[in-house]
Design a protein around this ligand. Structure first.
Ligand code: HEC
Ligand code: HEC
Ligand code: HEC
Ligand code: HEC
Ligand code: HEC
Ligand code: HEC
Ligand code: HEC
Ligand code: HEC
Length: 440
């Protein structure tokens, strides 16, 4: 009995020491969301409701939504070629393996319109998934081996590698909590993926080696795009995954971060992980705009949403007739005069005419009492990104912290306590026996 206790004790000590030593030698490494689930079970479970964890999944009957029985000429491959499915909310793209590397197959399935559209049919074999996409759809991407620790946007994509935190049984100092980072670093946690551009060498379409709260700043790891294919002439986004670039140009860049409006561990209150519902999401800070009869007197309806005019769907995830499914994040006022200047609604859409399609931008400008003439067309070069303003001290209500892991969520704490108590009791018994032996 004494021997077993001693052996188990020594083994435990070795394991703890070894994990410490390796962690210290290499810095923390990615260990996967399953290990987080051990102690943060509730967060792990609710996270499964998010599209973050589902963006990249192995192909199966459950994950493939596209209609492979279709006779559409754009569908040039069979379901058997599909190894992974990317997405499923707006669209699905499919990965196949060619000579040991993953590539994106040349047709995409648009979910809302139930149809196939071509996706880089000419050059798809020049665009390996590991260079063009992987960094934003996986967790712990390693450029050297072009592999990743986990598919999907999992815990460590936002919290950084977690091995030290786990080895030290949940030591807070060993893990990044985005809510405790400074404002700039906090939005970079989301900006690392909700952006468009390349690494400084121009090889990868995502930042390399960026870690939440790490020493490498996003501006040094990523060169943001500004091209006409992905931006409207006024500089706002016309393509998806650019929310961070929009937001940087918005009034909210001065003090309202992504995580004020969005939750991270569940689907939240609306389709897109928002913390609150409807106009409350804005009125919580813009109380003075509650009375829409004063704010938008020309609209007889009281059901208008702030987002209809200040976050119109100007960007596109899925192509074809369901153009524009992604909300603008510049939060700018509708600008029909800009539409007139840049050459009409197709060249530069404004929110008013997205709904009032039977009216002209001139009409909208008049309703708003905006100065219309004289107009000089301005060149359609995308304006350069203004420097990120230094965060000013705007009084912003703090995010109500979500529940921190209660004791119930952390069985290890109890387990540890149990081990210590059992060991102590055994030690006492052993010492007692020893004494008895000695006195005998
Ligand atoms: C052995 C149990 C355990 C495991 C495994 C674990 N944690 Fe924790 N975690 C804790 C404890 C305990 C706390 C501190 C709770 C407190 O003080 O309120 C914590 C706190 C945190 C915090 C908040 C830190 C802060 O400063 O506010 C984050 C973020 C976190 N864990 C993320 C993770 C991630 C990501 C993983 C997986 C890589 C993980 N945890 C695995 C036990 C664990
Ligand atoms: C810089 C990061 C980044 C890169 C690179 C990237 N994506 Fe994405 N992707 C995102 C984000 C973020 C979204 C969510 C949409 C949004 O934020 O507007 C997304 C959404 C998608 C969707 C729609 C998901 C759904 O559920 O409908 C598909 C499909 C997709 N990406 C495929 C790709 C493919 C294929 C590539 C490479 C050719 C790629 N992405 C490159 C970040 C990226
Ligand atoms: C998309 C980014 C993202 C992902 C993925 C993510 N988190 Fe978080 N996490 C955050 C942010 C941001 C906070 C700060 C509080 C908040 O906004 O909810 C946070 C806070 C926490 C906290 C501190 C307690 C609290 O609620 O404030 C813990 C613990 C935690 N996360 C664990 C996890 C675990 C475990 C996973 C994986 C199952 C995970 N997180 C996945 C972004 C993320
Ligand atoms: C590792 C890359 C990555 C990081 C980091 C990341 N995201 Fe995402 N995010 C994505 C991808 C990819 C999608 C698309 C998922 C889909 O639609 O299938 C997405 C989707 C979303 C959505 C839409 C969810 C829905 O249901 O439509 C929101 C909102 C969002 N992210 C907010 C955030 C916020 C806030 C942060 C920072 C706390 C963050 N993301 C960090 C890659 C990332
Ligand atoms: C002032 C609040 C606010 C801020 C700040 C904010 N968002 Fe959003 N976001 C929203 C709202 C509202 C929606 C639309 C949700 C809906 O109507 O379902 C949205 C939608 C999204 C979506 C879903 C795709 C789409 O556009 O439809 C993504 C992804 C997203 N936001 C990412 C981000 C990221 C990344 C940041 C920070 C750079 C950010 N958001 C900052 C309020 C905000
Ligand atoms: C956390 C508080 C907060 C939330 C939530 C919030 N805002 Fe703001 N908003 C601000 C601050 C702060 C400013 C900057 C005010 C300034 O510069 O004077 C601002 C500026 C604006 C402006 C520009 C005002 C101007 O003077 O040019 C618009 C438009 C706007 N917000 C719309 C929205 C919409 C729409 C929502 C909801 C989707 C929203 N805001 C949610 C705090 C918030
Ligand atoms: C029908 C379209 C429409 C709706 C709906 C709408 N707005 Fe506006 N908003 C505008 C226009 C146009 C302007 C610029 C002209 C003006 O100031 O009235 C503006 C200006 C603003 C400004 C800046 C005002 C300033 O002082 O410069 C804020 C902040 C704002 N809106 C917030 C909101 C909020 C919050 C909601 C929802 C409760 C909302 N808006 C709903 C069209 C709209
Ligand atoms: C989300 C869609 C939507 C957006 C965005 C929108 N409207 Fe409306 N608007 C409506 C609806 C619906 C009505 C009510 C129609 C009715 O009752 O006849 C309306 C009514 C009106 C009316 C009175 C009825 C009419 O046709 O003469 C005016 C004027 C008007 N809107 C102007 C604007 C302006 C200017 C903007 C941009 C600042 C705008 N709207 C943005 C949907 C929208």
């Amino acid at each position: 009995m004494r021997k077993i206790v001693a052996v188990v004790g020594v083994m435990l000590a070795i394991v703890v020491l070894l994990t410490h030593a390796t962690a210290k030698a290499q810095g923390p490494v990615y260990i996967g969301s399953d290990s987080c689930a051990l102690c943060h079970g509730a967060k792990h479970e609710s996270s499964q409701q998010t599209w973050h964890v589902r963006i990249l999944r192995p192909a199966s009957e459950e994950t493939i939504a596209g209609d492979f029985t279709s006779t559409d000429a754009d569908l040039t491959f069979t379901v058997d070629e599909v190894a992974y499915v990317v997405g499923g909310q707006f669209s699905e793209r499919y990965l196949t393996e060619v000579e040991g590397e993953l590539y994106v197959l040349p047709a995409q399935w648009n979910v809302a319109s139930d149809e196939w559209v071509p996706y880089h049919p000419e050059d798809w074999l020049d665009r390996p998934y590991a260079r063009y996409c992987a960094g934003c759809h996986t967790t712990g991407f390693d450029a050297e081996s072009e592999t990743w620790s986990e598919v999907g946007v999992q815990c460590e994509a936002c919290h950084g590698p977690g091995s030290d935190h786990v080895a030290l049984a949940g030591e807070r100092a060993m893990i990044i909590n985005p809510a405790l980072l400074d404002f700039q670093a906090q939005t970079e946690v989301c900006g690392q993926c909700h952006s468009r551009g390349t690494d400084p060498e121009g090889v990868y379409e995502f930042p390399l080696d960026f870690q939440p709260g790490g020493a490498l700043k996003l501006d040094d790891a990523f060169i943001a795009a500004t091209d006409e294919e992905h931006f409207w002439p006024d500089g706002s986004s016309r393509a998806h995954h650019q929310e961070y670039l929009d937001w940087q140009k918005s009034p909210h860049a001065a003090g309202v971060s992504c995580i004020f409006c969005h939750v991270s561990h569940s689907h939240g209150e609306t389709a897109h992980q928002t913390r609150w519902v409807g106009n409350h999401r804005c009125l919580i800070c813009h109380e003075e705009k509650r009375d829409l009869e004063t704010h938008v007197p020309y609209m007889q309806t009281q059901t208008a949403f702030c987002t209809d005019c200040h976050m119109p769907t100007l960007a596109e995830a899925a192509t074809a007739e369901y153009n524009f499914d992604i909300h603008s994040h510049t939060f700018w006022d509708p600008d029909p005069v800009g539409t007139m200047r840049y050459g009409g609604q197709d060249a530069m859409p404004n929110a008013c005419n997205l709904c009032h399609t039977d009216q002209t931008p001139e009409w909208a400008a008049q309703v708003l009492g905006l100065e219309v003439a004289p107009l000089t067309p301005i060149p359609t070069a995308t304006p350069a990104l203004p420097p990120t303003p230094a965060p000013t001290a705007i009084p912003v209500p703090t995010v109500a912290p979500s529940e921190s892991p209660g004791l119930g969520e952390i069985p290890w704490t109890w387990l540890g306590a149990a081990v210590v108590i059992i060991a102590a009791v055994m030690a006492v018994i052993l010492i007692q026996r020893r004494r008895e032996e000695v006195t005998r």
